[in-house]
Each structure stands twice: as C-alpha cells, then as structure tokens.
Design a protein around this ligand. Structure first.
Ligand SMILES: Nc1ncnc2c1ncn2[C@@H]1O[C@H](COP(=O)(O)OP(=O)(O)OP(=O)(O)O)[C@@H](O)[C@H]1O
Ligand SMILES: [Mg+2]
Length: 321
C-alpha cells in the first residue's frame, strides 16, 4: 500500500543557522494513528509545519496523498487538517461562523449537515453562537479540531492536542480520535504524555535532535524493548551485592533493602529460578517480591537519554529512516 504521507531526506536549517531536522525519512500509512514522540525542541512542530506547507524545507521532499507539498501545495493542503500547538483563538467570531469560514478557505461547498455533525461530535453544538473568546480552554481546543476537520481532510495532524487539558476531556479526545480513525482519517499526533501514545497509537516514532531515531509498531516496541523487573524486599539490608551473585543483572536499591533484577520478556528462560536458588545459597532472605513490566514511558526515557545503545541500527520492520 502506498503511504499517505511520505517524507524523504527532509532537512531544515532555520535562517539563524539552527538545524531542526536532519535527513528525516518517514512513511505514514493510510488509516493509522501515528504518535510522534520527542523532547522539547526535538523538531516535531517543524516537521509538521513543513508537511502542512507552513515552513519551507531546506532539503528533501514531502508527499501527502501523492501530492508534493511544495509543487502541488493546494492539492496537498486540502487533504490535511492541522490542529496547531499554539491556539490562536482570541476572536469575536462565533463558533459556527469560524468553522464554516475554515471550510470555505479550502474552496469546499457549504455543507451545514456535516458542520452540525462535527460540532455535535465535539460537544460544541450548544456553543455554536458563542463568541470564541468566551469559550473555556478545553472548548477552544475542541474548536481548533472542528476547524481542522471542517474541510473533511483525510489526514489530521494534532500537535500536542491535550496539553493542559483535564483528564476527563483528554479521554474524550482519545475516543474522538479513535472514531476519526474508524471513519478512515489518518491521524498523526505529537504528545508529551507517553500514556497517550500508549493508549492510542498504532505506531510510534521517536525524534531527538532533529533525527528520527526509531519507528516501530507500538506493541512490537513494548515487546521488543521492554524488560520485566523483579523487585525483592530483603529481610535484612545488605551493603553490597555478594561476590557469588555479581554476574547476575542485579541492582541494590532502597538503602540496601531492595534487590532489583531485570530480565528480557523475550527470553524463554527468565533466570528467576536460578536467581532464587543462588540467593538462598548466599543466605539472603527476602520477605516480598513484585514484578513490573516496563511501559512505553520507560522505553522512551531510555531511548532519549541514549542509555540504550545500538538502537539506531535496529528498527526491525524495515522502515525507512
Ligand atoms: N522559526 C524558527 N527559527 C529558528 N529556530 C526555530 C524556529 N522554530 C523552531 N526553531 C528551533 O527548532 C528546534 C525544533 O523546534 P520545534 O518547535 O520543531 O520542536 P518541538 O519538537 O515541536 O518541541 P516542543 O515539544 O517544545 O513543541 C528548536 O530548537 C527551536 O528553537
Ligand atoms: Mg512543538
């Protein structure tokens, strides 16, 4: 299947000389929810802005639904809805007028039934005659989504859609994004809430210092890079890990009261039986043990810190990067 967005060798150096993107290659599949993760300043908004034709690339090309975003700007842009990171909504206009106007900007014929459905879906229909400046922050954010969807785009970019949004509303947004996907819209979102990516994304891309360092199916990522941890609460504290146990992946924490053992989910043999036998031999007693699986957040933090080496050469699914 052809990708709905295809980014090839994209680089961006801003006029001040700062390079925000370095040879980014990325394909987005039709109908997926793709989460782009990365720390502040990684280049997420720059990448989105280039795809949406707001920022010019220094090198490379982007195609949206087969249209080059520079050569064929109008055709490409018409396929795309963008909810920008910065809300620009201090307006005297009414909700309904704004959304209708946005649709008109793309040269689409009016479709009051569609706009009504959209505003109802976003719980904004009751507010349709309110001035934008009188809406709450969460409502303004939903309005931005309504504007972005006003021209029925096939691709929706959500740049930090739930920053500063309360938990309940965030969950509403998640369910709305899933509905959109079901209706065939491809969604690309950036987020600092890893939980959000974990909850929603089909695939995850990680960007750091302007480079895409990983693209992977979310489930594969968690399976492949995740590890499990076994935490042993010791009956008596110890000062150091005894010599005979030094070859095991153990870490002493909790003021000498806890031993942390890490093992790969992949490995058939977790080594736990061996661990317990050797603890016994070393006369280390424990009073409790718990296991914990690493979350997407642990993996992400590890990646961005560069703590895990060799990741760059191992994206697994043959993704261009
Ligand atoms: N117009 C600009 N001129 C010069 N540098 C810029 C410009 N816009 C962004 N940058 C720089 O490019 C880098 C990437 O910025 P970008 O906004 O793409 O990051 P981001 O990943 O979206 O970060 P955040 O998570 O904070 O939104 C940053 O170092 C930023 O300072
Ligand atoms: Mg940003």
């Amino acid at each position: 299947m052809n990708p709905i967005i295809s980014v090839s060798n994209l680089s961006k150096t801003y006029s001040g000389g700062f390079t925000a993107l370095r040879e980014v290659n990325l394909d987005i599949h039709q109908g997926e929810i793709f989460a782009l993760l990365g720390p502040n300043g990684a280049g997420k908004t720059t990448l989105i802005s280039i795809v949406c034709g707001i920022v010019n690339a220094t090198a490379g090309t982007v195609k949206a639904d087969g249209h080059d975003v520079v050569q064929d700007y109008r055709a490409a842009r018409e396929k795309i809805g963008l909810v920008p990171q910065e809300l620009c909504t201090d307006s005297f206009e009414s909700v309904l007028a704004t959304v209708k106007f946005s649709r008109g900007l793309f040269g689409k014929a009016p479709d009051p039934a569609y706009i009504e459905r959209l505003l109802r879906q976003l719980s904004l229909w009751e507010k349709r005659d309110s001035r934008i400046m009188t809406l709450s922050g969460g409502m303004k954010r939903r309005l931005m989504i309504a504007k972005a969807l006003s021209h029925e785009p096939k691709i929706l970019f959500l740049d930090e859609p739930t920053a500063g949004v309360d938990v309940e509303l965030r969950k509403d947004m998640w369910s709305m994004v899933r509905q959109l996907r079901e209706s065939g819209v491809t969604v690309i979102l950036t987020t600092h809430y890893i939980e959000e990516a974990e909850e929603m994304a089909d695939r995850v891309g990680v960007i750091n210092h302007g480079r895409i360092i990983l693209v992977e199916e979310k489930n594969t990522l968690i399976k492949k890079m995740g590890s499990k941890e076994l935490l042993l609460q010791l009956s008596e504290p110890i000062k150091e890990i005894p010599g005979p146990l030094a070859d095991l992946p153990l870490e002493l924490t909790g003021d000498g009261y806890q031993l942390l053992y890490r093992f790969d989910i992949q490995e058939g043999d977790t080594g736990i039986t061996n661990l317990l036998r050797r603890l016994d031999q070393a006369a280390i007693d424990f009073r409790d043990l718990q296991t914990r699986e690493s979350s997407l957040e642990d993996i992400f933090v590890g990646l961005v810190r560069g703590a895990r080496q060799g990741i760059d050469g191992d994206t697994g699914d043959g993704e261009r990067r």
